[in-house]
Design a protein around this ligand. Structure first.
Ligand SMILES: [Zn+2]
Length: 196
C-alpha cells in the first residue's frame, strides 16, 4: 500500500509517541508499551510472544525538479491530502541510497526524467518520527507520465504556486526556500530545519 509522506498529526500524541503497533507483527498478540530491562524508554512489547518491536524515524526522500523558471508539482491521488499538491517524495526503501530513493520517487510519481543536483533541504519532523530530505533536480524534459499516486503532474511558475493547496508543511518550506534562494542569487546551500 502506498503511504503518504506524513502521518496525520491528529492521530498522534503531542510529544513524539507515534506508537505504530497495536498488534504483534510476529504472532498477532496484543502490544503493550513497556520499558524493557536495560532500556530507558517504552517499546512495543508483545504480551503473547514477548517480542520487542523497535520503532525508529523513517526517511522521506524526494526532489524539487526545475525546468527553466518553473518547478514540478504533483497532485496527490491518494490519502492523506488527496487532491493537494506535493513535490515527488516518499518513504525511502531498504537497499537504496538517498539519491536513488529521490530518483525513484520522481519517476514513480511524476514519470519525470531528471538529473539530480545537490541535497537541498533536510527537515526533522520529530512529531511524526520522520526526516524529510529533498534534492534539487534539473528536469531533462517537460513531459511527464504520472503514476497511480498522482492525478496530475505539471509545471508552475512561482506566482502560480497554489500555496493554500500544498499537501505538507515540508513541501511548502522547501519551495519557499528555493524561491528565496533564487531571488537572492547566492546559490542553493543546504537548508536544515526542525518542523514543529
Ligand atoms: Zn507476539
Amino acid at each position: 500500500m502506498p503511504r503518504g509522506p506524513v502521518m496525520e498529526a491528529a492521530t498522534l500524541r503531542p510529544m513524539f509517541q507515534a506508537r505504530r503497533y497495536q498488534h504483534c507483527p510476529t504472532c498477532g498478540g496484543q502490544i503493550e508499551y513497556r520499558v524493557p530491562a536495560d532500556d530507558n524508554r517504552e517499546r512495543a512489547t508483545c504480551t503473547q510472544c514477548g517480542a520487542i518491536h523497535y520503532e525508529n524515524p523513517l526517511n522521506v526522500v524526494g526532489t524539487l525538479p526545475v525546468w527553466g523558471e518553473q518547478v514540478l508539482l504533483c497532485k496527490r491521488a491518494i490519502e492523506p491530502r488527496l487532491g493537494k499538491w506535493t513535490l515527488p517524495a516518499g518513504f525511502m526503501e531498504l537497499g537504496e541510497t538517498l539519491a536513488e530513493g529521490a530518483q525513484r520517487e520522481t519517476v514513480e510519481e511524476a514519470g519525470a526524467r531528471i538529473e539530480l543536483e545537490n541535497l537541498y533541504c533536510v527537515m526533522n519532523v520529530v512529531r511524526v518520527g520522520q526526516v524529510h530530505l529533498f534534492y534539487r533536480a534539473r528536469l531533462l524534459s517537460p513531459d511527464f507520465d504520472p503514476g497511480p499516486e498522482t492525478l496530475e503532474a505539471r509545471l508552475f511558475h512561482e506566482h502560480e504556486i497554489p500555496w493554500d493547496e500544498i499537501a505538507f508543511h515540508t513541501i511548502r518550506e522547501t519551495l519557499q526556500r528555493f524561491f528565496d534562494d533564487r531571488r537572492s542569487g547566492r546559490g542553493y546551500p543546504l537548508h536544515t530545519a526542525d518542523i514543529s
